[in-house]
Design a protein around this ligand. Structure first.
Ligand code: EPZ
Length: 420
């Protein structure tokens, strides 16, 4: 059933909210359960579409999965005999390609179709295939399918030409049970890379160096079961921080990891927003009068590309001119065309946008083009005068658990309605 989201902007967000478990860590840890030789239980998973898709995918491979949303997921991989997933399942999320690394590590043979996910650039997978080949796997891409196969997975050295979160995760999955040691050079350092390494090590894997640009993995032949809670969602935390600032509110976000947020916190402070943090909470207060700032997305610990879109929505009403440079993906500025319909003054040239702050945005009908573009439209709607109608809000459900509930609990006037 098609729906649209309706936001009547202008209410300052006030109060306390708890962030959910991380989407980009969950979609790596769940496939990793296939590497175990015993049942595993994962906790703190966000109940989002990407997680539900992975439940179906693991079941399609024959794994026994018990999933209680908001509580836990138990995966018993022992009955899983499948080595491939369907086109439809592959298309449901970007992270379906992690099944390649997990199946390669589990049984030496994996087959997926090119993944779905947000259309924010070409998103090649050459580095993933380079990594699998370094471990002795034959890879083939034909008919929209990606196949990786080997009689015996051997540890090897992988030097990534470009820092890739997905490539790093996929090679970690395959290497965990390879014969010998794998060293990944120029590895991604995002928090979810460290979280995956911690989960693998909780099963008895030997992963060292996650969070740095060199990761060493000593393959193990047997991995025992484990119970593991994934880290909180860095990008949901950041989106809530930006929404608090955008509505000139005062919000405490609980259950987050402030050190993961430092690049955003620094930018909000530069704008004149008040950000204070404790061990597992961040408070964002602002009376408005935000100064314009420049944003250049970088790999972690730089400014996250996933927060560029909601942040650029905030910048549309900052005082002065902001320059946003998207260095990670080729097409991740489309949301600004939609926010221009609400009165934003934006000029886009390739991967760069120049945003001249305006005093006020005005509600309008707008359309989501991807997950974080949807988050940007929500931020814009929350601060606009009047009603904003957001079409294709299902994109938002892929990465944010009960976003309306959380925002309504903070005073936002936001709801969803069916449309014919
Ligand atoms: C992950 O995507 C995230 N998705 C993205 O989040 C996030 O934006 C991105 O990492 C960067 O942090 C998941 O974790 C499921 P990359 P991924 O491989 O792995 C190029 C969201 O909104 N590249 O780090 O696809 C690539 O084209 C989503 O939650 C190659 O050239 O990102 C890009 O320019 C959107 N060859 C750059 O590297 C490859 O083989 C970074 O991509 C792989 C990547």
């Amino acid at each position: 059933m098609k729906e649209r989201m309706l936001i009547t902007g202008g209410n300052p967000l006030e109060g306390e909210v708890r962030v959910s478990g991380g989407k980009n860590t969950a979609v790596a840890v769940i496939p990793a359960t296939l590497l175990s030789d015993e049942p595993c239980t994962i906790e703190n998973l966000p109940d989002i579409e990407d997680v539900r898709a992975l439940v179906d995918i693991l079941r399609s491979l024959g794994a026994r999965v018990t999933y209680v949303p908001g509580e836990f997921m138990t995966v018993d991989p022992r009955p899983a005999a499948g080595t491939g997933i369907s086109y439809r399942d592959s298309q449901r999320l970007r992270a379906s390609y992690y099944l390649l690394g997990a199946l390669l590590g589990r049984c030496g043979h994996g087959e997926v179709f090119f993944p779905g996910g947000c259309e924010i650039g070409s998103r090649p997978i050459d580095q993933h295939l380079k990594g699998f080949a370094a471990l002795g796997a034959e890879t083939e891409t034909q008919g929209g399918r990606i196949t990786a196969r080997t009689d015996s997975l051997q540890g090897g050295d992988v030097f990534f030409d470009v820092v890739t979160v997905g490539g790093t995760i996929n090679v970690m999955l395959a290497a965990a049970k390879a014969h010998g040691t794998t060293i990944i050079y120029n590895a991604a350092k995002e928090p979810h890379i460290v979280d995956l390494a911690n989960f693998l090590n909780s099963m008895g894997a030997k992963v060292k160096g996650a969070g740095t640009d060199v990761i060493r993995i000593r393959g193990q032949q047997y991995l025992h079961g484990a119970t593991y809670a994934v880290i909180p969602d860095q990008i949901e935390t950041g989106t809530l921080m930006i929404a608090a600032a955008a509505t000139r509110g005062d919000v405490v976000i609980h259950g987050c990891i402030p050190t993961h947020m430092e690049a955003l916190t620094a930018k909000l402070l530069e704008m004149g927003v008040k950000v204070t943090d404790s061990d597992d909470a961040i408070r964002v207060r602002t009376l408005g009068g935000h100064r314009a700032v420049n944003i250049k997305t970088q790999v972690y610990p730089g400014f996250p590309t996933d927060l560029q879109q909601p942040m650029s929505a905030l910048l549309t009403t900052a005082r002065g001119s902001s320059i946003v440079q998207e260095t990670i993906f080729e097409q991740r500025l489309k949301h600004l065309d939609e926010i221009a319909r609400m009165g934003a003054n934006v000029r886009i040239a390739g991967r760069m946008a120049i945003i001249e702050g305006v005093p006020q945005l005005y509600g309008a009908p707008v359309t989501c083009t991807d997950l974080r573009a949807g988050a940007a439209l929500v931020v814009a709607g929350l601060m606009a005068k009047g009603v904003t109608e957001i079409y294709n809000p299902e994109y938002i459900d892929r990465g944010y658990e009960q976003i309306e509930l959380k925002l309504r609990s903070l005073g936002a006037d936001i709801r969803r309605e069916a449309i014919e």
